[in-house]
Design a binder for this molecule. Structure first.
Ligand SMILES: Nc1nc2c(ncn2[C@@H]2O[C@H](COP(=O)(O)OP(=O)(O)OP(=O)(O)O)[C@@H](O)[C@H]2O)c(=O)[nH]1
Ligand SMILES: [Mg+2]
Length: 444
């Protein structure tokens, strides 16, 4: 009693069981952005559980998939795109950033097609598919635009809630979801980047005066939407001198230090932002930046570490580009000399343009992807499980039910299989090629 039965193909009986839930499912789908009728509402598989009565977990097919497939097929069949797609497919293994394949295009017609495809894929909220479309578009040398990043954000983000606004380590909310922190000198664009990635204008307050963010902001993404990837983004006060007094800045630094050292393995990714402005002016990152960098690389083995060069739209000449370039080369050399690290991932980006946004999303996604995370469900009393299931059935929470059923299946092992085709290539491409491709584009 209490164990889940095996997954079985649905029968007429299971189909009858879910029919009354169609309206609820449709309402839910509408809330999530689905704007048509279901063309079908069929049970595809079912599992049952005997807990003083029988619970049925039924996976239903809504027809949305069908519509998607049809439209996608139509989009792909239109002559131009399908040709490009086929070429991209044929060159899948060889196409990487920097390899000549054609000239970049921003033609609205072609761009719109890719964005339509992306919008359709985004509705499925399956991020590897989203990245696959992005890769294919890039492989076809079609520029991304604001719609592209908007659809990526739509696929990944349903809700954003501020769940903590604190100024000491001990007041921080306990880590609930995989966490990503954005840190760096004051005014480098940490808050702006969070807004840009979420495709929201006013989540994190931004100012052109340094010292805007004065507390640690915890933003829970998709807190109550388990169908979306759940994560926490953390915006921190600037490391540098800002407008605050000496004591305040020292306090922030020690809080950050504690946070990085003690946050534990829920902290998955550190985005360390360094502004182009600073690199152009000082030709080297600050000692504080170097200390943070070393700390992360040496002590934060649980987290990924990425340097983000912000405001690359300010690079206006080839000399400026060369300066940024050489500075990054020096940083890389210093790190490899000191820590024996051969490669530090560096992503140049700009919130005024699209540059770097997709790479950042990919990097972010990689660190929070629930499929790469072993979920440990706490053992519960049978009665509790029963109550939970009853409540779900009563409220018609079909998605939660099927998520629960899904959870009982063996968790996939961490692997790169199934990730988008150029993912390893992109990861393998060092900062040199990524900065070249981005800056080249900016100068064109
Ligand atoms: N040109 C350009 N300006 C940017 C970019 N990103 C941010 N900015 C500007 O830089 C300024 C600072 O941005 P914020 O996001 O507040 O920086 P912050 O790192 O959060 O700053 P603090 O909260 O003070 O630590 C704002 O005026 C932004 O508009 C960018 O990519 N390009
Ligand atoms: Mg800020």
């Amino acid at each position: 009693v209490g164990g889940l039965g095996a997954t079985e193909a649905a029968t007429q009986e299971t189909d009858n069981l879910i029919t009354p839930l169609k309206l609820l499912a449709w309402q839910k789908a509408r809330e999530a952005g689905f704007d048509r009728e279901f063309s079908s509402f069929k049970a595809v598989s079912a599992r049952s559980q005997l807990v003083a009565g029988r619970n049925h977990f039924v996976k239903a097919e809504s027809g949305a998939e069908e519509i998607f497939e049809k439209v996608m097929e139509r989009v792909r069949q239109s002559v131009k795109l399908s040709e490009e797609w086929d070429i991209a497919e044929a060159h899948r293994s060889q196409i990487g950033p920097g390899e000549a394949f054609g000239a970049w295009t921003s033609k609205p017609r072609i761009r719109d097609r890719w964005n339509t495809l992306l919008r359709l894929v985004a509705k499925r909220r399956h991020m590897p598919d989203v990245f696959e479309v992005c890769d294919a578009r890039r492989a076809c040398w079609v520029h991304a635009d604001h719609s592209t990043t908007e659809f990526i954000a739509r696929a990944a983000v349903a809700t954003v809630n501020m769940t903590g606004l604190v100024d000491s380590f001990h007041a921080m909310p306990a880590p609930r979801f995989p966490e990503v922190v954005f840190l760096g000198w004051s005014n480098v664009g940490k808050s702006s980047l969070i807004n840009a990635l979420l495709h929201r204008t006013a989540v994190a307050p931004v100012s052109n005066m340094p010292g805007k963010t004065t507390q640690f902001h915890f933003y829970s993404i998709n807190e109550k939407n388990a169908a979306f990837p759940q994560m926490t983004l953390v915006d921190v006060p600037g490391l540098g001198e800002a407008m605050a007094d000496e004591a305040q800045t020292r306090h922030w630094r020690s809080t950050l230090d504690l946070y990085l050292k003690r946050r534990g393995n829920m902290l998955r990714q550190v985005f360390h932002l360094i502004s182009c402005e600073v690199l152009l002016r000082r030709k080297r990152p600050s000692l504080l930046d170097m200390a943070v960098m070393e700390m992360c690389l040496r002590h934060r083995r649980d987290s990924e570490y990425t340097i983000v060069i912000t405001k690359v739209d300010l690079i206006k000449s080839e000399e400026a580009m060369e300066t940024v370039f050489q500075t990054m080369r020096r940083i890389s050399a210093r790190m490899s000399e000191k820590l024996g690290i051969r490669r530090v991932k560096i992503i140049p980006c700009s919130v005024k343009r699209i540059r770097g946004r997709i790479l950042l999303w990919r990097r972010l996604w990689r660190s929070v992807d629930p499929e790469l995370t072993l979920k440990v469900r706490p053992a519960k009393e049978l009665k509790e499980v029963q109550k939970e299931l009853d409540a779900m059935v009563e409220q018609g929470k079909i998605e939660d039910l099927s998520a629960l059923a899904e959870q009982e299946q063996p968790v996939r092992e961490e692997s790169l299989n199934g990730l988008p085709f150029s993912y390893p290539q992109l990861m393998a491409c060092d900062w040199l090629s990524s900065i070249v491709s981005v800056v080249d584009l900016d100068l064109n």
